[in-house]
Design a protein around this ligand. Structure first.
Ligand SMILES: O=C(O)C1=C[C@@H](OP(=O)(O)O)[C@@H](O)[C@H](O)C1
Ligand SMILES: C=C(OP(=O)(O)O)C(=O)O
Length: 459
């Protein structure tokens, strides 16, 4: 497995475009419809949950067809730092080897540092697990990670009785001083900023002596809920599948019973969120894209494509396990609340930018704390190409405007880069800055996109 490359400089969108990297000429297909069939690598969210739980399990575990990307490598690095063994073994998935994990031994006492890169799943999910260790564990990451919200995790660890040295003032870097066990019990957090705060605590909760009763309450009294709730549902379902008892019958309250995490052998579903840009290619070009092995039932937020893409006028069909999207003659704008599936918003916004009527995207204020401030970044980059996009308090308004070529900055954000690629299909001479940033969750993106657009010979 390649070693983790040195962290690139990342800046929030508010600070202006990211520094110049290589410019990738986005394949332009113009009026030619894209027609393709493809699958994509494993789900980031499932891979990193299963990796983390394997380190807590009561025996060796195997992940079949896992994701291999920067975020999964960072998770593996974190778990190795905590004492787990993670090995690659040959598998029959098309996108790399399987992973075998020997659970961590928690006895070592020397201090370690966990490199989080820009991975929310690493910086949020690993600290409550580090609390079970007997050593100081320091967490740090890319410059762009140091501005992502972390406060609810740090406060929760303190609420659980841990000493946390908070060098970053409520963000990265910080150091968790584990003493070999966590009592657990009742906790209240404000998870309006990210569902990952809830998932982080639930994932470790069964290993706390008394388990965990976790409550969400918005600190400003607004009653705002947890965004991206399907990701909490995924956490609950994965835990239950491994024998952990989780009661989520009361809204905004989760009760995790103490107990073992059963060792497992799982096949990871493909990443339905990362299928998004390919499906969007069918929509914006009036083509047809089919994705075989689409799960009949899934907890992935990317399953929302079934409801989102028809809003643009596309036809969707799930038959015999293949999800097929057929684009419309004319793309219409949408009015959508994406609060349940915020990570799909950059791709959705890219389609809105080339739609024939105005769009409004709502429920996604928390995107300001993603890899970059995605609302600011999308507005800046769509408008740089001649578009008419505007931020609202909780989303975006995007009106039709004739787009022209130019540079689409990616702000170290994989989903900004793929949004630029979608626009570039139908707008000539779009150059996406730093397409390599797609390696966060989909290193194969440039190759798969070249195959999709029939440009692979030139790629
Ligand atoms: O738990 C997870 O795997 C994720 C939860 C979501 O985070 P937010 O709740 O911060 O949107 C999602 O956007 C992110 O890509 C992955
Ligand atoms: C928000 C995202 O990532 P992270 O897991 O780093 O929060 C994302 O992938 O869209």
């Amino acid at each position: 497995m390649p070693s983790e490359p040195s962290a690139p400089a990342a800046r929030p969108a508010a600070a202006g475009p990211a520094p110049q990297h290589e410019l990738w000429p986005a394949p332009f297909v113009g009026p030619r419809p894209v027609v393709a069939e493809l699958t994509v690598p494993g789900s980031k969210s499932l891979t990193n949950r299963y990796l983390l739980l394997a380190a807590l399990a009561d025996g060796p575990c195997r992940l079949r067809s896992p994701l291999h990307s920067r975020d999964s490598r960072l998770m593996i690095g974190a778990l190795r730092a905590l004492g787990a063994r993670v090995e690659e073994v040959p598998g029959d998935g098309g996108f790399g080897p399987d992973l075998v994990v020997e659970p961590a031994s928690w006895d070592a006492t020397e201090p370690v540092t966990v490199e989080c890169g820009l991975a929310g799943t690493v910086m949020r999910f690993v600290p409550p697990v580090a609390a079970l260790a007997r050593r100081p564990v320091t967490f740090d990451g890319d410059p762009g990670a140091r501005v992502r919200p972390m406060g609810p995790v740090i406060d929760a660890l303190r609420g659980l009785g841990l000493r946390v040295e908070d060098e970053g003032g409520g963000r990265l870097p910080f150091t968790v001083h584990g003493t070999g066990g966590v009592r657990g019990g009742e906790l209240e957090i404000d998870a309006t900023g990210s569902s990952q705060f809830v998932s982080a605590l639930l994932l470790a909760g069964a290993r706390f002596d008394d388990g965990l009763v976790l409550r969400h309450r918005s600190a400003d009294g607004s009653g705002r809920g947890v965004p991206s709730m399907p990701h909490v549902g995924m956490t609950v379902e994965v835990l239950r599948g491994l024998g952990v008892s989780v009661d989520d019958s009361q809204p905004d309250v989760w009760r995790v019973a103490p107990g073992p995490v059963r060792a497992f052998d799982v096949t990871v579903e493909q990443d339905l969120s990362n299928a998004g840009p390919f499906l969007a290619a069918a929509v914006v070009t009036g083509g047809r894209v089919a994705v075989p092995r689409w799960p009949a039932r899934t907890t992935q937020g990317g399953d929302h494509w079934k409801h989102i893409l028809p809003a643009f006028g596309a036809a969707v069909d799930l038959a015999d396990g293949t999800f097929t999207v057929t684009g419309p003659d004319t793309v219409t704008g949408v009015d959508l609340d994406l609060g349940e599936a915020g990570e799909l918003a950059p791709t959705v916004a890219a389609v809105c930018a080339v739609a024939g009527t105005p769009s409004r995207l709502r429920g996604i204020a928390h995107l300001r704390g993603h890899e970059t401030d995605r609302l600011a970044a999308l507005v800046a980059e769509i408008n740089r190409l001649g578009g008419d996009a505007e931020e609202t308090a909780d989303g975006l308004v995007i009106r039709p405007a004739p787009l022209h070529g130019g540079t689409f900055h990616s702000y170290e954000d994989h989903r900004m880069a793929t949004a630029g690629a979608v626009i570039g299909l139908v707008v000539p001479d779009v150059r996406v800055e730093n397409i390599a940033t797609t390696a966060k969750t989909l290193p194969e993106f440039p190759q798969l996109w070249a195959e999709l657009t029939g440009t692979s010979r030139d790629a």
